[in-house]
Design a protein around this ligand. Structure first.
Ligand SMILES: [Ca+2]
Length: 77
C-alpha cells in the first residue's frame, strides 16, 4: 500500500515538474512577438509553420520577412 502511494506521489511530482512538451515548451523567438516560433536551429521556412502575416521585428533569424516590411509569410502577393 505504501509503494502505491509513493508511485502516485512520484507521478504527481512528474506532472508538476516535468511539464508536457508543447509548442509553448520551446523558447519563442523575440523576433516574432505575435506568434510563438522557436529560434533556429532548425532554420524554418514559411512552409514549415502554419502562421501567416505575423509581425516580424529585429533580426528575423528565420528570414520569414524577406522584403523587410515587418510582416512575415504574407499571403498577399
Ligand atoms: Ca514581408
Amino acid at each position: 500500500m505504501k509503494s502505491l502511494f509513493l508511485a502516485l506521489a512520484a507521478a504527481l511530482f512528474l506532472m508538476i515538474v516535468a511539464k508536457p512538451t508543447t509548442v509553448t515548451g520551446a523558447a519563442c523567438d523575440p523576433s516574432y512577438p505575435g506568434v510563438c516560433i522557436p529560434s533556429p536551429p532548425p532554420d524554418l521556412d514559411c512552409g514549415d509553420i502554419s502562421h501567416r502575416n505575423f509581425r516580424v521585428v529585429g533580426s528575423d533569424p528565420h528570414r520569414f520577412d524577406g522584403d523587410k516590411d515587418g510582416i512575415g509569410c504574407e499571403t498577399r502577393r
